[in-house]
Write a protein that binds this ligand. Structure first.
Ligand SMILES: Cc1cc2nc3c(=O)[nH]c(=O)nc-3n(C[C@H](O)[C@H](O)[C@H](O)COP(=O)(O)OP(=O)(O)OC[C@H]3O[C@@H](n4cnc5c(N)ncnc54)[C@H](O)[C@@H]3O)c2cc1C
Length: 461
């Protein structure tokens, strides 16, 4: 039976079903890593090299490399001195992990179901959850879908899809236009309480439209969240460490179950690494300023090099052999979040400059790929050999991304959305916050004959 938020195994089973049903497997090469990608100006072709030694060449390179990459930089550099089991939340093993009887240190506030989960059920011993002031944790509110709900979704699929296409975040919910400051304090609290109990992103989506744009509106939600944390977490000192010290929702909220309640357990302690930083790891402990914490297992919930990290790891080489790392040294230059100057015929999915993680990503990928398909058809029909954005269109787009972001509170919080978690990363808000406006913008560019792009005629082989 389906759930409102499906388990990893259910998502995998669905993807396998789709691959089989549409006979996709013959076009997919698994366990093959693209280690290099180079553009050849003479032939107008990309050549890739892979971890298996196989090479391939083609006119177009579509980089659907995903948005978040687990961040090696953000891991504490000395963690490799620890000899016990170590896991990063972005590389969780498929096999079940036993926490039974183990002392577990969870470092960081990145996504991780919740610190007490499997170990507590199996009688795990003291675990340390060091960080504080992370993103707001919302109850996932997960539950099985009833057969009636499934039937209703199938019967109304067209209208659900139309709603997703119109919604700024690509979600099938009605936009209501309510503003926080138009409601009375009692009305606001009643709504926050109802949505908090229900859980999921609806806490944000179904509340008020000005939460992420108005400091005053944000404060009403922040006050409610702080009061809830103080009510749940019994030890006042621990509660204060868990209270967000930023505009709420301007860090990616994490959906979990019983996160704050976990801190009421006598086998869970919170170490605030900002006041009590990690000094080193030993073979069987983590040593912070205040002393040594013996551990058997380390869970690194240290976050992701998001939005640009996967493209930079691929690091394609464009015109003149210039690498993406060089081109993106100061800023993630791009046009429409789809293309990069100096990298002809290369397209990105969910790259910087696109809505990316600020949108329903499967739907976003579908819509971006539709645009890319039309663009490739345009090139073929017009016997064009290469397309790439002009420098000025990249500048205009970069300004649009920043202007939209500056209407909101998001750039004013240090988060992985602003690149603040990765040392040396250009620090600015690089996602396009226009939601469905984005898809209108990219369609307009195509309808105007790919305005803002430069073309080269196809070279004869
Ligand atoms: C921190 C975080 C935030 C998220 N936020 C959102 C959100 O806001 N909205 C949402 O809908 N979903 C979100 N997700 C869920 C999820 O990431 C996406 O919905 C979905 O996975 C995107 O699909 P994708 O195909 O673009 O990327 P992925 O599922 O990440 O697939 C990319 C694939 O490319 C492969 N790859 C990368 N580089 C190479 C290479 N050089 N050679 C070969 N293969 C390569 C990777 O191994 C991977 O299999 C988030 C996930 C995380 C971890």
């Amino acid at each position: 039976m389906g759930e409102t938020q499906s388990e990893q195994s259910a998502v995998l089973a669905y993807l396998e079903h789709v691959a089989d049903r549409f006979d996709l497997r013959r076009d997919i090469q698994f366990d093959t890593w693209v280690t290099d990608a180079r553009y050849d100006e003479a032939t107008q072709r990309w050549t890739i090299e892979t971890s298996t030694g196989a090479r391939a060449s083609g006119r177009f390179l579509i980089c659907a490399v995903g948005a978040p990459v687990d961040d090696q930089h953000a891991r504490h550099p000395g963690h490799r001195d620890f000899a016990g089991e170590t896991y990063h939340t972005g590389q969780w093993p498929h096999e079940p992990i036993s926490f039974k009887g183990k002392r577990v240190a969870v470092i960081g506030t990145g996504s991780f179901r919740h610190p007490g989960d499997p170990g507590d059920r199996e009688g795990g011993r003291p675990r340390h959850r060091p960080p504080a002031h992370g993103a707001v944790r919302l109850s996932a509110g997960n539950r099985p879908l009833s057969p009636e709900e499934m039937a209703e979704a199938r019967a109304n699929w067209d209208s659900i899809r139309a709603k997703m296409m119109a919604h700024p975040g690509g979600f099938p919910v009605d936009s209501h236009g309510r503003k926080a400051l138009d409601a009375t304090p009692e009305e606001r609290e009643a709504l926050y309480e109802k949505l908090w109990q229900r859980g999921s992103f609806k806490f944000f989506l179904d509340s008020y439209v000005d939460i992420a744009v108005s400091e005053e509106a944000n404060a009403t939600m922040a006050d409610s969240v702080k009061a809830k944390i103080r009510k749940i977490v019994r030890d006042p000192k621990t509660a204060e460490k868990l209270i967000p010290n930023h505009f709420v929702m301007t860090k990616r909220p994490i959906l979990e179950n019983g996160y704050f309640e976990t801190y009421n357990r006598d086998n869970v302690t919170l170490v605030d690494l900002r006041n009590d930083p990690i000094e080193r790891f030993t073979r069987n402990s983590v040593v912070t300023k205040s002393g040594e914490h013996p551990i058997d297992m380390l869970v690194l919930a240290t976050g992701f090099d998001a939005i640009s990290g996967t493209m930079l790891r691929l690091n394609p080489k464009g015109r003149g052999g210039v690498s993406l790392k060089e081109r993106w040294k100061d800023r993630f230059h791009n046009f429409l979040g789809l293309t990069i100057g100096g990298f002809p015929n290369l397209f990105m999915i969910h790259g910087p400059g696109s809505p990316g993680v600020f949108y329903n990503m499967p739907l976003g990928a579908e819509r971006q790929l539709g645009w890319i398909g039309d663009c490739i058809r345009h090139l073929r029909e017009n016997e064009l050999g290469a397309i790439e954005p002009t420098k000025s269109s990249e500048e205009v787009w970069g300004n649009e991304v920043t202007t939209l972001a500056n209407f909101t509170l998001f750039p004013r919080t240090d988060s992985w959305w602003t690149g603040a978690n990765v040392p040396g990363k250009p620090r600015y808000f690089s996602a396009y916050l226009g939601g469905s406006i984005y898809y209108q913008r990219i369609a307009d560019v195509a309808n105007k004959g790919y305005e803002g792009f430069a073309f080269e005629p196809a070279k004869r082989a």
